[in-house]
Design a protein around this ligand. Structure first.
Ligand code: PMP
Length: 451
């Protein structure tokens, strides 16, 4: 049942928002945010009675959908008993969340440093790597996103960095593998992988290995396009890190906690980093939480000298109680296996079938509940449906595609010339089919802009 709240309330909410809320990543006068009245499971609705199937999971974080009753109850119970307590104390919700996370992270990553979200997790991972190695530089990939704070935005390898780049953050960017738009003139995944590793080693050599603290990669790059790395790439990066004494940081803020059909994307590639960042899915974003999972070797650096960093709300009990409940729900309700099974049996095959029928779909890639459709003007030349970082009129084809999806009750994830299919990991088969049908119709609108 979808409640039908009063449209006048919606108008009021929106007017107050427009008067006082300063929105992220936006020209304040050019946006028109939807006033949301409520949400449950895979759906949300506005004050006009329009209901949307959320193929974005918010910002790819509601991995168990909205308002899961067990997680809501756990937050309420924690609020009733111990709403907050400072990070220097041992608190049951915090220690239990750390235990459950450490139990699931790959290999021997068994100490957890809690943050408020993803970007500050990245900031701290880099600080740990620099202090551990005594080296200044970090290598990060183009086509990546690591967060909106200063160090994290400097690491980011897409236009979200441009306006904020200080240019002095000790960051060197390199190309990770992406066969569809190869930088290496590769024709196969094997070639792409080998050449990307050779490029990375050359970058290390010319930068000077003794100056490089860390290599940071999203295990599967998310907002930049869900480029699942070819087999062997991450293992190859691991080897290079070992060879040159570099800390390997995997950013699993988006890819972690079930998104790829495994607890962590690293599990898909059998690779263990030295540091791993997480946020979002750890508690489905019900209360802000992120963190860094730390290897014994890095933890040892701070065994007898203090780690010089921290946050007032590190491991906030409400957020940690939500994490404990979320992880238990994911385990008990088979959320991770649902993402894997629906991804391989339904969503992946259906998207590939759409790609065959629609001239606007250049490539489909992904795994679990983590898929991208690359929209193109021309399948032969792979010219993107809109130019890189297009705005205004140049972006009209993607806007038309988005409007068509919404008219069909689907809330789509759109970034540049791509739409990502990233619904909650516990989406049902019927819901997924409903969303795929709406996507099919919206792609027909994108098709009108092909040549
Ligand atoms: N790293 C990755 C891979 C992300 O996807 C994001 C958020 N989209 C971040 C870091 C930053 O997380 P937050 O917005 O919670 O700071």
């Amino acid at each position: 049942m979808t409640p039908r709240p009063d449209p006048r309330t919606g108008a009021q909410v929106k007017a107050t928002d427009r008067a006082h809320v300063f929105h992220s990543w936006s020209a304040q006068e050019l946006i028109d945010p939807l006033a949301v009245a409520g949400a449950e499971g895979s759906y949300f609705w506005d004050y006009e009675g329009n209901r949307y199937l959320d193929f974005t999971s918010g910002l790819v974080y509601t991995n168990i959908g909205y308002q899961h009753p067990k997680v809501v109850a756990a937050i309420q119970e924690q609020a009733a008993t111990m709403t907050t307590f400072a990070p220097a104390f041992a608190v049951e919700a915090r220690s239990e969340a750390a235990r459950l996370i450490a139990e699931r992270t790959p290999g021997d990553l068994d100490k957890i440093f809690f943050t408020n979200g993803g970007a500050d997790a990245v900031e701290h991972a880099i600080r740990m790597a620099r202090l551990h190695t005594g080296r200044p530089k970090v290598l990060a990939a183009y086509r990546s996103y690591h967060g909106g704070t200063q160090q994290a935005v400097n690491l980011t390898g897409d236009p979200r960095r441009w306006a904020s780049d200080t240019g002095t953050a000790g960051v060197v960017h390199f190309w990770a593998p992406f066969l569809y738009r190869t930088r290496f003139h590769a024709e196969t995944q094997e070639q792409e992988c080998a050449r990307a590793l050779e490029h990375l080693e050359t970058t290390i050599t010319f930068e000077g290995p003794s100056t490089i603290a860390a290599i940071i990669l999203e295990t599967v790059p998310g907002t930049a396009g869900i480029m699942v790395p070819p087999p062997g790439y991450l293992a190859g990066v691991r080897e290079l890190c070992d060879k040159y004494g570099i800390v390997f940081v995997l950013d699993e803020v988006m890819a972690g906690f079930g998104r790829t059909g495994t607890w962590f994307a690293a599990d898909l590639f059998d690779v263990v980093p030295d540091l791993m960042t997480f946020a979002k899915g750890v508690n489905s974003g019900y209360v802000p939480l992120g963190g860094v999972a730390i290897s014994p070797a890095v933890a040892e650096t701070f065994a007898r000298r203090p780690y010089p960093g921290g946050l007032t709300y590190s491991g906030h009990p409400l957020a940690c109680a939500a994490a404990v409940a979320t992880i238990n729900v994911m385990a008990e309700e088979g959320v991770v296996t649902n993402a894997a099974a629906l991804g391989s049996s339904l969503v992946g095959p259906a998207l590939r079938e759409l790609a065959e029928r629609h001239p606007s779909v250049g490539e489909v890639r992904g795994t679990g509940m983590f898929w991208a459709l690359e929209l193109v003007r021309n399948k032969e030349t792979r010219e993107p449906l809109v130019p890189y970082n297009a705005t205004g009129e140049a972006n009209a084809p993607m806007l038309a595609f988005g409007a068509a999806a919404k008219a069909n009750g689907l809330w789509p994830f759109i970034n540049m010339n791509r739409t990502h299919v990233v619904p909650p990991c516990n989406i049902t088969e019927a819901e997924a089919k409903e969303g795929l049908a709406a996507l099919d119709a919206a792609l027909s609108v994108a098709d009108e802009h092909t040549v």
